[in-house]
Design a binder for this molecule. Structure first.
Ligand code: KIV
Ligand code: ZN
Length: 539
């Protein structure tokens, strides 16, 4: 069976960044764009150049520094927008301009309210047709690769949508996107739009039809796949499904649905699926949006089995409860969730997966300790297991530094100052250090750096709230790097300064253990290691 190629148009850096609170720095965007290139997406929508100088710079730098995918810049159907997009892509061989205008009556009446767009709805519709045509032609005078989107196509009168699309194709659009901007459509309805366009737009076969679905009803992925079944050959999506409101179609879910069920779709993507989880983690760290454990494909529980009956089945034959391999999407294979429902089988195969050998005579003691711990805790994590096994087998600990005390003073009109007491566990010595910083966290980190004597870069700091209200916990994720290797520390506390300090010490412990004894190191994850190690590619 031969499969059509479905282009993956990643809009994490544009629509994804429109998610409230997801703003990223230019260097974070560049790092993500490089990983999207390794993931082998076909197109990266890098931003909306006219909207701000930072957006312009991000598109320009990504277009010039990231090789592989087509780099796309968004523009309204306004001459200034198209010019800005063209300028950001200047000198780039395969740049795309993506121009869009609203087409639904609801949008027309609200956004084109002014009579300069026409007095009646019919007048406004005519104006939109003209604006679309002029913008596409303008963009075509800059680049041969032009995408047109009929914003809110999902709620647009189908007859008018056909007219708009015919107009855009006549003006030179090479890709036509049919967005379900408000996430209103259900799959059969969305598929109908593609069928209609293919039947009624005379030249639809000469362009690539594209899906762009929002997740307001939780149907973004289902709608995108329905679009593919109805002839779409480009899917617009974001890593982890981030985006406006409830988000966009999740790239990893679309890709794996097409991959696992390719016979059903007769279509496939060129995505390097093993990088899906590392790239998901990278986006999560950059945006501070954590990935829910039950998230399909990339969630921490996506390949985990806790019930003894499931664990036994999976250990015998993975197909019993898994429809794809964890490794295929860059997850760890040994995801047997250990808790009070787990048995010896699960425990010892997990330890084996962690590379921890337990002698026969130590097994019973270890198992009893595990059961006692599992009774107290909801879940027994790898960290707990390593500690149990370390005690049972007498292996050395990866902990190199212990934060014994921390005092922070901060307030209006005074520079934040932190004092820490750190024990160096190998030598048993302690060091007390204090430092000033621009903020309390910067002061703590400076004091810890002095007390540990560690030299490294702070690559990322992300904080998010877990729970609600004033007593919600802050979860801090810190990424430190040295000589091309990266280590993460995560900690939660109701005191965000404490969580900041603990996560930092955890990351430094990993780094220090790596420097002194690689065996005890927990890398951020193979994929992430490789992701971060990838050298910048010049165009
Ligand atoms: O949701 C939408 O309609 C968009 C357009 C700009 C394509 O994001
Ligand atoms: Zn959108």
């Amino acid at each position: 069976m031969s499969f059509d190629h479905v282009k993956i148009f990643d809009t994490t850096l544009r629509d994804g960044e429109q998610a409230p609170g997801a703003a990223m720095t230019i260097s974070e965007k560049l790092r993500i764009a490089r990983q999207l290139a390794r993931l082998n997406v076909d197109i990266i929508e890098a931003g909306f150049p006219v909207s701000s100088p930072a957006q312009f710079d991000a598109v320009q730098r990504i277009a010039h520094e990231v090789r592989g995918p087509v780099i796309c810049a968004l523009a309204r159907t306004l001459p200034a927008d198209i010019e800005a997009a063209g300028e950001a892509l200047l000198g780039v061989v395969d740049g795309r301009i993506h121009t869009f205008i609203a087409t639904s009556d609801i949008h027309l009446m609200a956004k084109f309210h002014s009579t300069r767009y026409g007095k009646t709805l019919a007048d406004k519709r005519r104006t939109v047709l003209q604006m679309a045509s002029e913008a596409v032609a303008h963009a075509r005078s800059i680049t041969p690769d032009v995408e047109f989107s009929a914003e809110d196509a999902g709620r647009t009168d189908p007859g008018y949508l056909i007219e708009v699309i015919d107009t855009a194709i006549d003006a030179g659009a090479t890709t036509v996107n049919i967005p379900d901007t408000t996430g209103y459509c259900v799959p059969h309805e969305y598929a109908e739009l593609f069928k209609l366009v293919r039947q009624r737009c005379a030249n639809s076969h000469s362009v690539t039809l594209s899906t762009h679905c929002h997740d307001d009803l939780g149907l973004a992925v289902a709608n995108s796949l329905a679009g593919v079944l109805a002839g779409a050959r480009q899917v617009e999506c974001t890593i982890n499904g981030i985006g406006e409101r409830a988000g966009n179609a999740a790239l990893e879910e679309v890709v794996m649905a097409l991959n696992v069920r390719r016979n059903n779709f007769g279509a496939q993507t060129g995505i390097q699926t093993r990088l899906l989880t590392p790239v998901s983690r990278l986006v999560s760290i950059a945006t501070g949006f954590s990935v829910p454990p039950n998230k399909a494909i990339v969630g921490g529980n996506a390949f985990s089995h806790e019930a003894g009956i499931h664990q036994h089945g999976v250990l015998k034959s993975r197909e019993t409860y898994e429809i794809m391999r964890a490794e295929e999407v860059g997850q760890r294979a040994e995801s047997i969730r250990l808790g009070r429902h787990s048995g010896r089988h699960g425990l010892f195969s997990r330890l084996e997966g962690l590379g921890i050998a337990v002698a026969e005579e130590q097994r019973e003691v270890l198992y009893r300790q595990f059961v006692a711990l599992a009774d107290k805790k909801k879940e027994v994590y790898d960290e707990d297991l390593k500690e149990l096994a370390r005690r049972a087998t007498g292996r050395p600990s990866a902990e190199r530094f212990r934060l014994d005390q921390m005092h922070v003073s901060a307030g209006t009109g005074r520079q934040p100052r932190a004092e820490v007491l750190v024990t160096h566990l190998a030598s048993g010595t302690t060091r007390r250090e204090s430092a000033d910083g621009d903020g309390p966290v910067a002061a703590i980190y400076k004091a810890i750096d002095q007390a540990t004597g560690s030299h490294h870069d702070l690559v990322n700091y992300a904080i998010r709230s877990v729970g609600e209200g004033a007593d919600a916990m802050g979860e801090v994720t810190v990424l430190v790097g040295a000589s091309g290797s990266f280590f993460r520390g995560v900690a939660r506390s109701t005191d965000v300064l404490q969580a900041s300090a603990t996560s930092y010490i955890r990351a430094l412990n990993q780094l220090e253990a790596f420097r002194t004894d690689e065996k005890h190191v927990e890398f951020v994850g193979d994929g992430i290691m490789q992701s971060f190690q990838g050298t910048p590619q010049e165009k």
